[in-house]
Every structure is written in C-alpha cells, then in structure tokens.
Design a protein around this ligand. Structure first.
Ligand SMILES: *Cc1c(COP(=O)(O)O)cnc(C)c1O
Length: 227
C-alpha cells in the first residue's frame, strides 16, 4: 500500500494551524516510504522496535528526528541512546535510570516522556497516577541525580474503543495530570509535551489538549501484520 501524500499534506496543515507536532509512525513500513514523507518536509518519525529503528536510522538522512514510541526494554537502551530524539514510553524508574546511565556514558542528555496508563485495557503499558506521584514526589530528590535525562512531559494511549466519550475522558484525565505538574520545575523535569492521539482519535486528543500526535496508518496505510 502506498504512502498517502494527500492525507499527509492535509493533516500537516491541520496540525500546524493548531501548533501540534506530528510524529509519523512508520513501524513495519520500508525506508522508502519514510523517504517519501521526508521529501515533503516531514522530519519526526516514530518507531516501536529497536532493531527496526536501528536499521532504518542507518539508511536514512541524519536530520530525521527519531521518536521511540514502543515499549523499551532496559537492556536495549544502549542501542538507540546515541541518536534517539525523544523516548515516549518510559514507565519505570529502572528504565529512567538506565537511560540516564547510557546518556551519561555518551556525555549527553536524552529527552523522555513518562507513559501513563489511561486505557481500560490491561495490556497497555504505563504508570498509574499513584506511581507517577511516587516517581516525581517521593523520588523527587532522586530525580535530581539523573542529570542526563530530561523529563519533557507525558504520553498515553486511549482505549481502542468505538466509545468516543470514553476515549475523550481518558485524554482529559491525562491532560489534567499533565497540568497538575505543569508548573513543577525540578532541574531535569519540565512538562512541555503531551503526546496523545493516533490515527483513530487524534482530533479528540487535540481538542483535549494534546501537543504531539503519533499517526501511522492514516499516512502509511494499514499495517499488514502486527509485530
Ligand atoms: C502504532 C502506534 C501508533 C500509530 O497508530 P495508528 O493507529 O497507525 O495511527 C501510535 N502510537 C503508538 C504508541 C503506536 O504503537
């Protein structure tokens, strides 16, 4: 299935008017598809799998900003640390510490988002409100020590549901959490990015305050397989 350039141009325009960043989610799609959008000016791309991301990053232009949006295992951080732009799915202190460690080795800082579990489904990863509170407050002093990560905001995935009111309430919940910490400024924590919304629900997400959407199938067509 071909890249839908018309959809890209239209969505891009819509998002620019609202000051929302578009991450084009290219998982399972070939590098040639990514290049097609690159040539139209797209620079932010999202991938879910470490191996796949490494292969694509090697083949594609250096000024692409790679977003890691999948579930990241601690032992794989080292592979993407040298070039990743933003890691969206940080859902444990252990992972946060490992990212900090790898970034320190490289003498750099890595930007991350904390993933919050907002959906009904059990299968979606993420921290709940209490875990977020603990991570930020109880370990707040500990966060200071993680000098090589910058916590830039929150990420969440709504329920995969036809019930759009439910989806909206889940985004609204995430936005409220985001606002709760928006004024908090620890040296390495400053909330500026709220990553929520995908092909099926990005308009609702924007209405509820998203600043960054992750859109795959509307741009690249349906994925043939689930990896
Ligand atoms: C695959 C994926 C997307 C994009 O999904 P579409 O429905 O194809 O837009 C967005 N976010 C995450 C975390 C994903 O895994």
């Amino acid at each position: 299935m071909a890249v839908n350039k018309e959809a890209y141009i239209q969505i891009k325009k819509e998002l620019e008017a609202k000051n929302v960043t578009l991450v084009a989610v290219s998982k399972t799609k070939p590098a040639s598809d990514i290049l097609e959008l690159y040539e139209l000016g797209q620079r932010d791309f999202g991938e879910n799998y470490v191996q796949e991301l490494m292969e694509k990053a090697e083949q594609l232009p250096n000024d692409i900003r790679w977003h890691f949006i999948g579930h990241l295992q601690s032992n794989k951080v080292k592979y993407i640390a040298p070039f990743v732009h933003l890691i969206h799915g940080v859902d444990s202190e252990k992972l946060l510490k490992e990212i900090n460690k790898q970034a320190a080795k490289l003498n750099q800082t890595i930007d991350v988002l904390l993933q919050i579990h907002i959906a009904k489904e059990e299968t979606k990863f993420g921290l709940d409100e209490e875990e977020l509170n603990i991570l930020i407050n109880t370990n707040g002093s500990g966060l200071h020590e993680l000098k090589n990560v910058k916590i830039c905001g929150l990420m969440g995935m709504a329920s995969f549901s036809e019930d759009l009111d439910l989806v909206r309430r889940e985004f609204e919940f995430l936005k409220n959490l985001f606002d709760k910490y928006a004024n908090l400024q620890i040296s390495n924590l400053k909330f500026q990015i709220l990553s929520m919304g995908m092909s099926s629900d990005y308009q609702i997400a924007i209405e509820e305050g998203s600043t960054m959407v992750r859109i795959g199938s509307l741009l690249f067509g349906a994925r043939n397989y689930v990896k």
